[in-house]
Design a protein around this ligand. Structure first.
Ligand code: ZN
Length: 487
């Protein structure tokens, strides 16, 4: 098996990936809170960990990939205060909370399928694991790192920090944290402002509630990932992932919970993708730039000049390394769209090439270079630039300017199959969809009429067809065999 180097947020360095029980790999990634449509912020972790899932599988590992659905316990103010996000949406829409959760779970799965993100091996829901969460809280209480206060259970951060290190993942320490958080006013249930809820007693108006030894209530947000991760992957597992925004407090609290309950850490490699900005701005409610994936696919958000296909979004995300920031803009997306179209074109040309006796193009070592880039902390932009180099060779062969041997051609085809389709997960085949076929047929027909018009020296008709197609966004190129067009 190839040596894979992966950056571990916990140690702040690239490490050789060595699973605890090879060839089995356990991977847990924090999934969406299902109270609204998936937006661009969901696409990046989904695609990043999809590529990691695909690549580990390609290397021969048997991966159990768990990605949860948060359908309870994520409160409005992200800390321990406010209405449950799903319950609030249900109240506004006069629905059952589980109706809201199901609706947005379905929509999330559809958006992921459009992006060609493979479904995880297990997709557990927080609301389906209340008993496991209660048991996890009990363990923390028994170990002495939590306390009860008016029916709620809080994690005792200061006590934990005496025995372990709270803040190791995010690189913070408790004194700094204490200096920057608000003082408690004496009315609080918590003993210290850094403490966080493991179980919350439900207020009378709170509809999502379950019985527990302490009160009718609901689990704290961080609890579900500790409980479900260890349930499905064991008390020690290989990978825990998510967006960088989850490092603190969510993942920091998960480490504290698991260490307090079990006496040791559970995760070997913490992996985080960087964030997305839109026109240089952070995504946020106040900027009106939470563009949903559907709005991208349909072009219906005011900040979008037009629609962008799911594969354009996927390609755009993969053009950046997962630990770099990515800035979305119409210009950048349109550039990605062109780049992706070139790759699709090369893939489809490649299928039609007839090999010659020998090669005048050099495509040797392409597969190794792609493999090397992936093994260096999943460097997808380098893989893409290697594929673009091969695109030039493919085009010169199909343009009749170069030749390729059968051996080289087979190698090239294999590399494209494996890297473009299996690992990067890009859909590049010409569609078999009848609608697509009809649309392509119609454009071809128009261009045939234009060719006829040119033969007849009917320049008015020929120019009209060319200009009108250009207005619709088509680019038409005359070639020695007739014409080529693209959108
Ligand atoms: Zn989580």
């Amino acid at each position: 098996m190839q040596d894979l180097l992966i950056y571990n947020t916990l140690t702040r360095q690239k490490e050789l990936f060595k699973p605890l029980h090879a060839p089995h790999v356990g991977m847990y990634v924090c999934g969406p809170t299902v109270y609204g449509d998936a937006h661009l912020g969901h696409a990046r972790p989904a695609i990043t960990f999809d590529v990691l899932f695909r690549y580990l599988t390609h290397l021969g590992y048997k991966v159990r990939y768990v990605r949860n659905i948060t359908d309870v316990g994520h409160l409005e103010h992200d800390a321990d205060e406010g209405e449950d996000k799903i319950a609030k949406k249900a109240r506004l829409e006069q629905k059952e909370p589980m109706e809201v959760a199901q609706y947005y779970t379905n929509r999330f799965r559809n958006a992921m399928a459009a992006l060609n993100v493979l479904p995880p091996s297990i997709e557990p829901q927080a609301s389906g694991h209340i008993i496991e969460q209660i048991n996890f809280v009990k363990k923390i209480l028994e170990a002495g790192y939590a306390y009860e206060s008016q029916g709620s259970i809080y994690f005792d951060v200061r006590k934990f920090n005496k025995d372990f290190h709270y803040g190791k993942l995010s690189g913070r320490n408790i004194d700094e944290l204490l200096a920057t958080t608000r003082e408690l006013d004496g009315q609080d249930e918590k003993h210290c402002s850094l403490d966080f809820a493991l179980w919350k007693k439900a207020q009378p108006e709170h509809i999502m509630r379950w019985p527990s030894p302490w009160s009718d209530g609901f689990p704290g947000w961080h609890m579900e990932c500790s409980a479900m991760g260890t349930k499905y992957l064991g008390e020690s597992f290989d990978i825990h992932g998510g967006g960088m925004d989850l490092i603190f407090p969510h993942h920091e609290c998960e480490i504290a919970q698991s260490t307090a309950a079990l006496g040791h850490e559970t995760v070997k490699y913490w992996i985080h993708n960087n964030m997305i900005t839109i026109n240089g701005q952070k995504m946020g409610k106040s900027y009106n730039n939470f563009i949903t994936l559907d709005e991208f696919f349909n072009g219906t958000h005011e900040k979008l000049e037009r629609a962008y296909s799911p594969m354009t979004i996927r390609f755009f995300i993969l053009q950046a390394h997962y630990r770099s920031t990515v800035d979305f803009s119409n210009d950048a997306l349109q550039a990605a769209e062109k780049g992706f179209a070139r790759l699709v074109d090369a893939y489809n040309r490649l299928q039609k090439i007839t090999p010659s006796a020998s090669s005048t193009v050099d495509v040797k070592g392409l597969r190794e270079r792609c493999e090397e880039a992936m093994c260096d902390d999943l460097n997808t932009p380098i893989v893409i630039s290697n594929l673009f180099d091969a695109t030039k060779a493919i085009n010169s062969v199909t343009d009749g300017k170069a030749t390729i041997s059968k051996e080289d051609l087979d190698e090239l085809k294999q590399t494209f199959e494996v890297f473009v389709k299996d690992i990067l997960g890009l859909r590049v085949e010409e569609s078999n969809n009848t609608q697509d076929k009809a649309y392509k047929g119609a454009v071809d027909l128009l261009l045939e009429i234009r060719k006829q018009a040119k033969t007849n020296k009917d320049w008015a008709t020929s120019d009209k067809i060319r200009d009108e197609l250009a207005n619709l966004g088509f680019s038409v190129k005359d070639t020695k065999d007739g014409f080529e067009w693209s959108l």
